[in-house]
Design a protein around this ligand. Structure first.
Ligand code: FAD
Length: 309
């Protein structure tokens, strides 16, 4: 009874927040005045328009419009969501390719290997269903927030991003090199992201995503952990990738913990302070650095056990 009342209350909150986002969008459009708005349907046109000065790329707009409402200015909007190949998820023998306009809901519904379950769990916890229906994984990466829920799962999947410009052609950048700091990426002013590319994960690997927030819905992460784990027939870990977000300017893989996992059973992995040296959590309104450190150790244990199934 209490649970269902809470659920309907949170659903109402989600609808209200999305109405808020719609209002922000309308107010922003009013404030910015009439702006050229381009929505190309092919890559060549998108790249030509990306070379325009002071243009803003927009996908779902769930980061762009709130930022514009707070005063961010631009001259031209370049909506990339109609470029046909950007909406595809392609699986080949060697890689999995997620187009730059693929939304969180598309990921939730996609038939992907079990190693992508962490990314799917993150997708289900992004904002609300309304946000998942419009926001994209590419937008989450390009926005480069330390609390971006998409980054730790992609680190554990060994992802690279594909970016392109009319002048420079295409290049691939490892996710570790793409996100360079708070709201800072390796994108050049005339480049756009075209896809996110992952190698096919090891056979039998599973994954999980643990998000800590002040509630379980519509919340910015205090800390989050993603893990991809494979075990042998005896249940011993043979492969481990673990990454943490919201505990440093840029999400980090925990290489010491990954090594410590090998040869252990998932429930026996002890997460020590030495395993968390890559992290530099801060005190902020959502939690203290000490709290984040302690919480993340527990989240790592849960993520390892969850990923091992
Ligand atoms: C109510 C609400 C709840 C939210 N909850 C969460 C949450 O739980 N977890 C979380 O991580 N985030 C959350 N967000 C933030 C946001 O929804 C995500 O970061 C989302 O994935 C952004 O995607 P988008 O398509 O809307 O990006 P947009 O707003 O369209 O773009 C974001 C940035 O990426 C750039 N960009 C987009 N696509 C490209 C491209 N192809 N090439 C180059 N640049 C590009 C834009 O120029 C902009 O700088 C929330 C936002 C709202 C409003």
């Amino acid at each position: 009874m209490v649970r269902s009342a809470l659920k309907s209350c949170l659903n109402g909150l989600a609808v209200d927040m999305c109405r808020c986002l719609h209002i922000i969008r309308m107010q922003t459009i009013e404030r910015l005045g009439p702006l050229p708005y381009h929505r190309p349907t092919d890559l060549a046109s998108a790249l030509r328009l990306a070379a325009l000065p002071d243009r803003k790329v927009i996908a779902g707009g769930t980061d762009v419009f709130p930022a514009a409402a707070q005063g961010q200015r631009f001259e031209t909007m370049l909506d990339v969501t109609a470029v046909a190949e950007f909406s595809k998820i392609e699986i080949s023998d060697s890689e999995i390719r997620i187009g730059a306009a693929v939304r969180w809901m598309d990921l939730i519904r996609a038939d992907l290997p079990a190693a992508f379950d962490g990314l799917k769990q993150a997708a289900r916890q992004i904002g609300s269903v309304q946000i998942q229906n419009s926001a994209t994984l590419a937008g989450n990466l390009c926005n480069a927030s330390p609390a971006a829920d998409g980054v730790p799962p992609l680190l554990t999947l060994g992802a690279s991003v594909e970016v392109a410009s009319a002048a420079g052609g295409m290049r691939q950048i490892r996710i570790e090199d793409f996100i360079q700091g708070v709201r800072k990426t390796a994108l050049q002013p005339d480049e756009i992201m075209t896809a996110i590319v992952m190698p096919v994960p090891p056979a039998g690997a599973g994954a999980s995503f643990e998000k800590l927030g002040s509630r379980s819905y519509l919340v910015i992460s205090i800390a989050m952990v993603s893990a991809v784990i494979a075990t042998d027939a005896a249940g011993v870990i043979t492969y481990a990738r673990i990454a943490v977000g919201a505990c440093s300017a840029v999400a980090q893989r925990l290489s010491g913990l990954e090594q410590a996992c090998i040869g252990e059973k998932p429930g026996s992995v002890d997460v020590t302070a030495d395993h968390l040296v890559e992290l530099a959590p801060i005190d902020d309104v959502r939690g203290s650095a000490i709290y984040r450190h302690e919480a993340v150790a527990e989240l790592c244990k849960r993520a390892i056990i969850g990923a091992a199934g």
